[in-house]
Design a protein around this ligand. Structure first.
Ligand code: PEP
Ligand code: MG
Length: 551
């Protein structure tokens, strides 16, 4: 997948860098290189440590109050999740351990609060950065952010450099959530970041601003510094360093189209869409966090076609309890007010390892212990999740979907466990929807080959073109060198997708698609021709998808 490319490459005519797509669209302009780092501070000797500690306390209180205002502002203009970033930063600013360490330095070394604070923050940042957990490593940006905010209070330094004179493309090694929140899209028209992934806090924030953004671009600052004219192609994860005239004019047109379409698409995002002969097309959202459910509704989703529940297990130290999961799933179901919500049981493994589950490192994680294979061997974890989902089913329209099913046996085993948990819940007098529908992802080729047998048993299927493509083409979806092979445009993939859809339509089994192919408006006509009437995609893709159908 192009969006997963993380490697730099060159072409003969127009040199490019590539990275992970964080925000779609096209931006052209000069590169504005910005480095986020803690400023040097001299170890000024002080004579009154108590006074210095008081100064530190005041700075921390002010920073906390700023963060509270940012949180309130985010809550109104973006969404709850963005607001939580600032809540998390408030916790860092008020971490008693951090305070104690700084206080000790002031007392023992008789240094000013700014120096002691900076030194301690640097230690914390290094600790986070060296963590084996990618989530912890990514959170180091939050620590730097809080560190800088407090330094600004202590030394009255204005570190807000995010304002180039003319509209520019921001190029940085890291982007702190605060700096991201202060981005003015009139001045910063695109973002290129060397670090970070699609799930980093900054990525979430940049996406909500709606500007093209590419993260994980190696050596971006070095390669882009001083360039007056670069192009960010956020749709394909490409950056053009020295575009020629022909490419520039083509990309300018794409930018104009993108801007116009964005406006027009926003106006129609809540409309229903049909085929030319009036059949309704369900447009659903893929979500991985509870905050994305509201975003899905705001963007006109008719339901949740894929809730990637493995993300509920990430960024923590242990598996979430049944009650914790139930609370999240119930909130999603209630927010959707009767619209369908399809919870996919955990699909960990592959590119989504979870540290605390100590899955041993595998030579081929995508071919290994992931999805339903994991769940069926870790019934303890699987059963807890199923109970939480079943309990949530009492509050709305819930569907359960199993990922990475390869054989009928796996389906039978999964369903046996579902039935046992239903029985137990019933015995305990706990409410759930006895008729909750259960289905499978079609993402392993063996299922596509045997689709008729599955269709006789399942309540629904959803085609996962991301994995189906990689397994069918034997091309790793994470490896940019085989991106052309790992493409759903390959005729073999189209043929299999067609046969699965047609088989489901023939047997009248509901079929949806939740892989990336579903949001690609260039594929919509083909998929409708195959008989597909339900597409699930990230919420940000819904307006453009509907707009395309309504034109
Ligand atoms: C897929 O494989 O197409 C899919 C939707 O699942 P994921 O991307 O989570 O593997
Ligand atoms: Mg998949």
């Amino acid at each position: 997948m192009i969006s997963d490319q993380t490697e730099n490459s060159t072409s003969t005519r127009n040199t490019t860098l590539t990275g992970t797509v964080v925000g779609g669209g096209v931006a052209l302009g000069p590169a504005f290189v910005y480095e986020i780092r803690l400023p040097e501070i001299a170890p000024e000797k002080i004579s009154d440590p108590d006074n210095e500690i008081q100064i530190l306390k005041e700075a921390l209180a002010e920073a906390t109050s700023d963060l509270e205002s940012l949180k309130q502002r985010s809550m109104h203009i973006v969404c709850k999740e963005e607001a939580q970033i600032f809540e998390a930063q408030k916790l860092i600013a008020n971490d008693p351990e951090l305070f104690k360490l700084v206080e000790n330095q002031i007392l023992k070394k008789s240094v000013c609060a700014a120096f002691a604070w900076r030194a301690t923050i640097e230690e914390f940042v290094n600790l986070y950065k060296s963590s084996k957990s990618p989530v912890m490593a990514e959170r180091s940006a939050d620590v730097i952010d809080v560190g800088l905010r407090v330094i600004r209070k202590l030394v009255s330094q204005d570190l807000n450099h995010l304002l180039p004179e003319q509209p520019s493309i921001l190029v940085t090694d890291e982007l702190s959530p605060s700096d991201t929140a202060s981005i003015n899209p009139a001045k910063i028209t695109g973002v290129i970041c060397e670090s970070g992934s699609n799930t980093s806090h900054s990525a979430i924030l940049v996406r909500s601003i709606g500007i093209p953004a590419i993260f994980g671009v190696q050596n971006a600052r070095e390669k882009l510094a001083g360039l007056e004219h670069i192009i960010v192609d956020g749709d394909f994860g490409k950056i053009y360093l020295k575009p020629d005239e022909a490419l520039t004019s083509k990309m300018q047109k794409r930018r104009q189209n993108w801007l116009q379409n964005k406006k027009a698409a926003d106006k129609v995002k809540h409309q229903l869409v049909h085929t030319s002969d009036g059949e309704i097309i369900d447009v659903l959202a893929n979500v991985s966090e509870i905050s994305q459910v509201s975003k899905a509704l705001e963007n006109g989703a008719g339901g949740i076609g894929l809730y990637r529940t493995e993300f509920v297990y990430m960024g923590r130290k242990q598996t979430p309890s049944e009650d914790e999961q139930y609370t999240i799933y119930r909130e999603a179901v209630e927010l959707m007010q009767g619209k369908p919500v399809t919870f996919r049981s955990i699909d960990i493994g592959g590119d989504k390892p979870i540290d605390y589950l100590s899955i041993t490192k595998e030579a081929n994680p995508f071919m290994g212990w992931r999805g339903i294979r994991f769940s069926l061997q870790r019934e303890d974890i699987f059963r807890v999740q199923l109970r939480a989902i079943l309990r949530a089913s009492a509050h709305g329209n819930v569907h359960i979907m199993f990922p990475m099913i390869s054989t009928l046996d796996e389906w039978h085993s999964a369903m046996r466990i579902v039935e046992e948990e239903k029985q137990l819940l019933g015995d305990q007098g706990i409410e759930f929807d006895a008729g909750v529908s259960c289905g499978i992802m079609v993402e392993v080729p063996s299922v596509a080959v045997m689709i008729d047998d599955f269709l006789d048993e399942v309540d629904f299927i959803s085609i996962g073109t991301n994995d189906l493509t990689q397994y069918l083409m034997a091309a790793d979806r994470m490896n940019s060198k085989v991106a052309k092979l790992a493409s759903y445009h390959q005729p073999a993939v189209l043929k299999v997708v067609e046969s699965v859809i047609r088989a489901a339509v023939k047997k009248e089994v509901p079929v949806s698609m939740c892989g990336e192919m579903a949001r690609d408006t260039e594929m919509t006509e083909t998929l409708l021709r195959f008989g597909l009437r339900s597409c699930s995609m990230s919420a940000s893709g819904i307006p453009a998808f509907k707009h395309n159908l309504l034109r």
